[in-house]
Write a protein that binds this ligand. Structure first.
Ligand code: SF4
Ligand code: SF4
Length: 464
């Protein structure tokens, strides 16, 4: 284990045992990883189901209004021109995922990924109706009876209800959820809101109820490239081969593996962690809880299956690298810090009003009364706040060009196009005939919460 940057070999998902298993019937377990998993499930679902109902200045606090092309994130209102912020945020999240994977393996998969979180929730519901592993396997084999019917029916009805609620909430991230809620009470949800609610509900039901671990095994791309993000200093869920083997009843007194298969029975993806790190392992840690419970029972130290790095397992304990000592972690952190800094800075200097200046091609530079020259501009003004803005338009010119003063009042998040002319007096026009002059539009805006000034460069044409 001398080469610290060597990536960890990961066994492919299509293991014979996994393929042969028709249906994974995971056993319930308890312990610290199970508790952390439920805590994470509670936190992520509180966020998903709760945030769309929060209000901010009389509107939904977070909403992605695709139809109006407005994204509301608290005080921040993003317009199509601000796509760069969302792109930056996505790149930051990707970097964060890479950094976390590099340090702690597939933490995201086991504790936060919607697929595994919902699968855990659906499996919990299944247990309430059909019992734990042994009873479910028995129920599977049993002929149809009233008992089987109501247990299966209750489970399916609960899954459908949760899926519909999930679909409704998901649509509520894009459509005013309070209005949707009232419309639902009036049984008038509307065709498209109803269609998308059912569509996402079906997606949720299919993934968490029917496909479950198959999504992780065969559809998730992240599981495929995790090996490239991990090295021998990455924390993984691992079986301690040196302590555990040879397995069997004779290993009981030595704290080795007694081959009870509890770690396999609790695994939601149906794999055996003793076969080594596998692409199908979502790092949920349930096999650690199961094995710790077994070790407690036979009065042996915990940790036969544990979170450890490959280097620790190889017992090069003196050379265990702290995350910060690793080059790849430093690079990720530096990139994230730079990206976050750039994002925070650009949001903090973002003006209340955005302006795009377009020369009005329909009206060329022209000579008006008294020999003055006039250019006409089209200004696209966008209020990027949810407060009314009073806007004063003016120009800064070295040659004395003057805007025909104009005041515009924009409502919250309103955009409007205005035509404004700029004039150069006859004496200057004669002196500068045939030249193109630099000009700055100055857009001063004022609202109840303050004022801002935006400058936008353009040109002024003086005809010959
Ligand atoms: S739970 Fe522990 S003792 Fe039992 S089979 Fe798994 S590794 Fe071996
Ligand atoms: S092997 Fe262990 S950590 Fe990996 S998915 Fe199965 S139970 Fe979870």
């Amino acid at each position: 284990m001398s080469e610290s940057r060597r990536i960890i070999p990961i066994l492919p998902a299509a293991l014979p045992g996994v393929e042969a298993a028709h249906k994974v019937q995971a056993r319930a377990t308890s312990g610290r990883f199970t508790r952390w998993r439920w805590a994470s499930l509670a936190a992520t679902q509180l966020f998903f189901f709760g945030v769309p109902w929060l209000q901010w200045h009389g509107r939904q606090m977070v909403r992605f209004d695709l139809e109006a092309q407005r994204f509301y994130l608290g005080n921040l209102i993003l317009l199509p021109q601000d796509l760069i912020f969302l792109t930056g945020l996505l790149v930051f999240c990707a970097m964060l995922l890479f950094a976390v994977t590099s340090v702690a393996g597939r933490l995201w998969c086991g504790f936060s990924c919607p697929q595994t979180v919902y699968t855990a929730l659906f499996m919990w519901i299944e247990r309430q109706f059909e019992g734990d592993r042994f009873r479910r396997v028995k129920l599977d084999r049993a002929p149809w009876s009233f008992d089987k019917l109501w247990r299966r029916g209750g489970k399916q009805a609960s899954w459908v209800l949760i899926s519909l609620w999930t679909g409704f909430t998901f649509v509520g991230w894009f459509t005013p959820i309070r209005e949707m809620g009232l419309a639902l009470v009036d049984r008038d949800l509307g065709f498209w809101n109803g269609f998308w609610t059912v569509f996402y509900a079906a997606f949720c039901y299919l993934n968490a109820g029917l496909l479950r671990e198959k999504v992780c095994l065969h559809m998730c791309p992240y599981g495929r490239f995790q090996g490239a993000l991990m090295d021998v200093d990455t924390l993984i869920v691992a079986y301690d081969v040196q302590r555990g083997e040879p397995r069997g009843a004779q290993a009981r007194q030595a704290g080795g593996c007694i081959d009870c298969t509890m770690c396999v029975q609790v695994c939601p993806t149906g794999i055996d962690i003793r076969d080594g790190l596998q692409a199908a392992c979502i790092a949920c840690g349930l096999c650690i809880d199961a094995c710790d419970a077994v070790m407690d029972k036979i009065d042996q130290p915990r940790g036969l299956v544990r979170l450890a790095t490959q280097r620790q397992l190889a017992q090069e304990l003196g050379s265990v690298a702290t995350p910060w000592a690793r080059h790849r972690v430093r690079v990720y952190v530096a990139l994230m810090a730079a990206l976050l800094g750039a994002l925070v800075w650009s949001v903090s200097v973002r003006p209340a009003v955005r302006v795009d200046v377009i020369r009005d091609r329909g009206v060329m530079a022209r000579v008006v009364e008294d020999g003055a020259v006039e250019n006409v501009y089209r200004l696209q003004l966008m209020n990027q706040t949810d407060l009314p803005q009073r806007i004063e338009l003016g120009v800064a010119s070295l040659h004395g060009a003057v805007a025909q003063a104009r005041t515009v009042v924009l409502g919250p998040v309103e955009d409007r196009q205005v035509h404004v002319s700029v004039r150069l007096d006859a004496q200057q026009a004669a002196r500068l005939a045939g030249r193109t002059l630099a000009l700055q539009w100055q857009v001063a805006s004022r609202s109840d919460e303050g004022s801002s000034l935006v400058s936008e460069p353009t040109t002024f044409i003086v005809p010959r």
